[in-house]
Design a protein around this ligand. Structure first.
Ligand SMILES: C[S@@+](CC[C@H](N)C(=O)[O-])C[C@H]1O[C@@H](n2cnc3c(N)ncnc32)[C@H](O)[C@@H]1O
Length: 252
């Protein structure tokens, strides 16, 4: 599905978030990941690599080693655009994007800016990753428990390890602004998607609304993370609860 909307994905995000999407991602990178020079970072559902690029830029400025960021996504078209953005940002060598599934990180496939997919190669090994980010991705994963188990498996068990997840939820609460935020997600978002894709991606953006309605409320999702051995330290809410940032650490 993301292959079909990749051509408008970045610009539609800006409209749907009223220009705030990049601010939420950079808050996740700065405040939640708390990067250190030697960190190996896995960006799941990396899409067109906005988070991978932010992480790569910060790690470069800290003097990190090569291939410090691995971005994983199953959509070749999102990745193809992501690889081109990584190259334009001069981050090839620091950020590597691969085709793969968050539910099974044992194998991935390389991809280049032309969208050519290479043979499967080993994915992320057990206990090999210091920090995991995932922005607006976990909602799309069919089996969340599998993805959380994979995060726990690949993460190093140490105090500085982090899982940072940014995700949409249907805002609760009965204040005027919570109701406006709810109405925005259920009515305005699908309409923007329909217009941005010239009427071709309406179905995909209706899926966005449905997937948000299905996604658990923040406390319930935090409990899921806890059950997966990734207890949540903090939940930071943006946009009247429409966007939440979960910071989890591995149970030691
Ligand atoms: C809304 S986009 C988010 C992309 C990016 N993280 C961002 O912040 O813009 C959701 C992404 O989740 C990816 N996705 C869907 N199923 C997935 C899975 N099983 N494992 C990993 N990523 C998945 C899609 O291909 C898509 O690129």
């Amino acid at each position: 599905m993301f292959d079909r909307i990749a051509f408008v994905y970045d610009s539609t995000n800006k409209w749907m978030s009223l220009g705030l999407d990049q601010h939420w991602r950079s808050t996740m990178v700065k405040d939640c990941l708390q990067l250190q020079a030697e960190d190996k970072v896995l960006d799941l559902a990396t899409g067109t690599a906005d988070v991978g690029i932010l992480v790569g830029q910060q790690l470069r400025s800290l003097g990190s080693a090569s291939d410090a960021v691995l971005g994983v996504d199953p959509s070749s078209e999102m990745l193809r655009r992501g690889v081109a953005k990584v190259e334009t940002s001069g981050l090839q060598g620091t950020v590597r994007l691969v085709k793969g599934d968050a539910q099974d990180l044992t194998s991935v496939q390389g991809i280049d800016a032309a969208g050519t997919v290479a043979d499967p190669s080993a994915g992320a090994a057990t206990g090999s990753i210091d920090k995991i980010s995932m922005s607006f991705g976990i909602r799309n994963v069919p089996n969340r428990q599998k993805a959380l188990a994979e995060m726990r498996r690949v993460l190093r068990k140490k105090d500085s390890s982090r899982v940072c997840i940014l995700e949409l939820s249907l805002p609760g609460g009965e204040t005027f602004l919570s109701k406006v935020a709810r109405g925005f997600i259920t009515h305005v978002v699908p309409m923007i998607g329909f217009v941005a894709t010239l009427g071709q991606g309406g179905e995909e953006y209706e899926y966005l609304e449905r997937s948000i309605l299905r996604f658990p409320q923040p406390r319930d999702f935090a409990a899921e993370l806890g059950r997966a051995g990734l207890p949540v330290d903090t939940i930071t809410s943006f946009a009247y609860g429409a966007v939440n940032l979960y910071m989890a650490k591995p149970a030691l």
